[in-house]
Design a protein around this ligand. Structure first.
Ligand code: SAH
Length: 221
């Protein structure tokens, strides 16, 4: 459970949140666990106050530094796909951003390792997630292209920014049976892919067209 003093009511009323959950399940999200976590996660605390009244709309919103918080449907879908083979112990997330996807994951898996290349976003997310009482998250300011080798292997890896091609080093950091969920492709023509690692190699499946900010190399202070 999240720290309840932050839950907030009023313009972010339970009814508004319930409407979002109805919409997500109408769009095909089936996992009750994922829907419940999204219902109880205060998305309005992850965006600036001026936009907080739009927090429970199913849309992406700006979070500063030219980045966006993902659309709830995409967060729900990627989380559902990541967890579709059962519960996971360890997940690597690349692109912490404001930390919303991180918060959803942390309530569903044992341990989340999250990386962000822009320091101010990373620090903001860390502060927010700590004050929500989430303790099973390890943060790192760094370039996600190379993954997090000394915490690997991971049962799941999720990217919230799109590389042009699947980064090889991330495939190497997947545990046997693990899966990588990511948007891949050039700006304007990205697809959401799931890559599974088995004893005989990798299989990949393309789910839908998506629009994400690009994965960029190097770190920013
Ligand atoms: N899940 C986030 C999405 C933020 S947008 C949220 O809900 O807020 C994607 C994020 O990926 C941005 O914050 C961007 O700075 C970060 N990013 C882009 N390239 C990266 C890289 N190579 N390593 C780590 N983070 C990266």
């Amino acid at each position: 459970m999240l720290n309840s003093e932050h839950m907030g009511i009023g313009m972010t009323s339970q009814r508004t949140r319930d409407r979002l959950i109805t919409r997500l399940s109408e769009q095909g999200i089936r996992s009750v666990e994922v829907l419940e976590v999204i219902r109880s996660t205060p998305r309005h605390l992850f965006i600036e106050e001026a936009l907080a009244h739009r927090a429970y709309e199913d849309s992406a919103l700006p979070i500063g530094q030219n980045q966006t918080i993902s659309q709830p449907y995409i967060v729900a879908l990627m989380t559902e796909v990541l967890l579709s083979q059962g519960p996971l112990d360890s997940v690597l997330e690349i692109g912490t951003g404001c930390g919303y996807q991180t918060a959803v994951l942390a309530q569903l898996v044992k341990r989340v390792n999250t990386m962000e290349r822009i320091r101010s976003l990373q620090e903001g997310a860390e502060q927010r997630l700590r004050s929500l009482g989430l303790r099973n998250i390890e943060y790192r300011h760094g370039d996600g292209y190379v993954g997090w080798r000394n915490r690997a292997p991971f049962d799941g890896i999720i990217l919230t920014a799109a590389p042009r091609e699947v980064p090889k080093m991330l495939l190497e950091q997947l545990a046997p049976g693990g899966r990588l969920v990511l948007p891949v492709g050039e700006d304007g023509q990205q697809s959401l892919q799931v890559i599974s690692k088995s004893a005989s190699g990798f299989t990949s499946e393309s789910l839908m067209e998506v629009r994400f900010v690009p994965l960029q190399s190097g770190v920013m202070a």
